[in-house]
Design a binder for this molecule. Structure first.
Ligand SMILES: Nc1ncnc2c1ncn2[C@@H]1O[C@H](COP(=O)(O)OP(=O)(O)O)[C@@H](O)[C@H]1O
Ligand SMILES: Cc1cn([C@H]2C[C@H](O)[C@@H](COP(=O)(O)OP(=O)(O)O)O2)c(=O)[nH]c1=O
Length: 235
């Protein structure tokens, strides 16, 4: 059957440390879903709406660092509220598929690793901000942080960009981040899939597609029943 009439929309997030390939794989996943007739909206956090992009700019330039990690968690949350209200929820209501480069797990991991707010407070904040708009699937791209940081460094040099607020943190911070993302995946295996991202772009794309097919497309094809479906043809 054609997947062109698949309804309703699904919400997919990509998470992980710096330079793990989230933006690259978001583009590839969107193209693959579109090739199956789905309407896909790609977006990112922090940002994704004009007001949220303004908050992004202030945080990543380091202008809010002195406020402390609790205040930064609130700023990321304020940006998320606007992004959800103006872009994500309307797109899902239309039946579009939304792919977001980072979402609330990044607040749990990054602001958690930054020290001040404990996990219970961050979880409460997430419930207030995200409510029922939890992702249907979160792909956690995993690799040794030094590999991701080297990729991010090369990308930054190629583009002539400066180090941003979190890229400049110490190696121990980035190791802590990795274990925090893996702990989230372990606590919520229904929602999260860990993808070994230390491979070629094509291979990582295939690993992601297998998860999306098994966890989302097969169920949508079966109108929500969990019975196995035919795999989606590769584009
Ligand atoms: N599988 C891969 N192998 C090698 N380099 C990659 C791979 N995926 C992405 N890259 C490169 O690594 C850099 C970071 O990738 P990007 O998708 O921007 O990561 P992120 O969005 O997670 O920060 C980019 O220059 C990108 O071209
Ligand atoms: C969404 C979000 C991002 N961040 C951080 C992670 C990144 O260092 C930065 C986003 O910058 P970005 O350039 O999008 O990073 P990347 O290419 O690695 O995805 O903001 C948080 O600390 N908390 C959050 O809630």
């Amino acid at each position: 059957m054609s997947t062109s009439d698949l309804q309703p929309g699904r919400f997919i997030t990509l998470e992980g440390g710096e330079g793990v390939g989230k933006s690259t794989q978001m583009r590839r996943l969107a193209a693959r879903l579109e090739a199956h007739g789905l309407t896909v909206v790609t977006t990112r956090e922090p940002g994704g709406s004009p007001k949220a992009e303004a908050i992004r700019e202030a945080i990543l330039a380091g202008r809010t660092r002195s406020f402390g990690s609790m205040a930064e968690a609130l700023l990321f949350s304020a940006a998320r509220i606007d992004h959800l209200d103006t872009l994500i929820r309307p797109a899902l209501a239309r039946g579009d598929w939304v792919i977001c480069d980072r979402f609330s797990d990044s607040t749990m991991a990054y602001q958690g690793a930054s020290g001040e707010p404990d996990a219970a407070i961050l979880r409460a904040l997430e419930r207030i901000v995200v409510g029922d708009s939890r992702p249907d699937l979160t792909l956690i791209l995993d690799m040794p942080p030094e590999v991701g940081m080297a990729r991010a460094d090369a990308r930054r040099q190629a583009r002539g960009e400066a180090t941003d607020r979190f890229e400049g943190e110490a190696p121990a911070f980035h190791r802590d981040l990795r274990s925090r993302f893996l702990a989230i995946a372990k606590a919520e295996p229904q929602r999260c899939a860990v993808i070994d991202a230390d491979a070629s772009e094509d291979e990582v794309e295939d690993r992601i597609w297998r998860e999306v097919d098994a966890r989302l497309l097969s169920k949508v094809r079966n109108n929500g029943n969990d019975t196995p479906a035919q795999p989606v043809d590769k584009p």
